[in-house]
Design a binder for this molecule. Structure first.
Ligand code: AMP
Length: 222
């Protein structure tokens, strides 16, 4: 009797240093695969915008470039990943960021495909320091690679563009240091699990995306 292999749903983690293009890739992949994209940083920023209690705490921590406590982040992710919308796959962007978070994710819904986007330090610094964000609709621009039509104004909603507090030099330094010391050790863990896929985040977005989709296909996830 021929046994039909049941296709696993894509359970994707995307990781990489700030400025490696992971936000853009995450958006495109989740859209194409029709899976929810869960971005911890965005959840925290949304709380800051809405001026919630969590937002007040997040503002103090995030603006300095530090990480939010694991207990809070894991609690948020547990809730998000248990939603019915995440029942047929998910993509997490910015989570897990350390071993404790990775262990939590594995208990809720074991990932089966990890995307790592790498880029060299000067490129990362250049990309982050020139990043601007619409204070209202959160559209993202880059002063050189993706400038707005009118300087300082959002193309989409006409509001003023700002530099994120945590994109300022001191916070960037701290965020990259945390990435090196806490998040990078996850690479060995995912390599051991055989789910680690590394890509060159300096290459054009469409080229990287093509490679990611080829690998997802080879793994039988799409
Ligand atoms: P990001 O845009 O992903 O760099 O996230 C912005 C900030 O949100 C980070 O610098 C942290 O302060 C906080 N944050 C996002 N994701 C996490 C996480 N998984 N664990 C702890 N803090 C996080």
């Amino acid at each position: 009797m021929k046994i039909k292999k049941v296709k696993d749903y894509p359970k994707i983690v995307i990781m990489g240093p700030q400025g490696s293009g992971k936000g853009t890739q995450a958006e495109l992949i989740a859209k194409k695969l029709s899976i929810p994209k869960i971005t911890t940083g965005e959840i925290y920023r949304e709380n800051i915008r809405r001026k919630t209690k969590l937002g007040a705490m997040a503002a103090r921590i995030i603006n300095k470039g530090n990480l939010m406590p694991n207990e809070i982040t894991n609690g948020i992710m547990t809730k998000e990943l248990n939603k019915p919308s995440a029942g047929k796959g998910y993509l997490t962007d910015g989570y897990p960021r350390n071993i404790e978070q990775a262990e939590c994710l594995e208990k809720i819904a074991m990932p089966n495909f990890v995307i790592f986007l790498g880029a060299r330090m000067p490129i990362i610094i250049q990309r982050i320091s020139k990043r601007r964000e619409c204070g209202s609709c959160k559209a993202i621009y880059h002063l050189i690679n993706r400038p707005p039509k009118i300087s300082g104004i959002c193309d989409k909603c006409g509001n003023i563009l700002v530099q994120r507090e945590d994109d300022m030099p001191a916070a960037i330094k701290r965020r990259l240091q945390i990435f090196r010391t806490q998040t990078k050790p996850l690479i060995a863990r995912y390599k051991k699990m055989g789910i680690f896929h590394s890509y060159d985040g300096e290459k054009p977005i469409p080229a990287v995306q093509k490679q990611i989709f080829r690998d997802l296909k080879n793994k039988g996830l799409i």
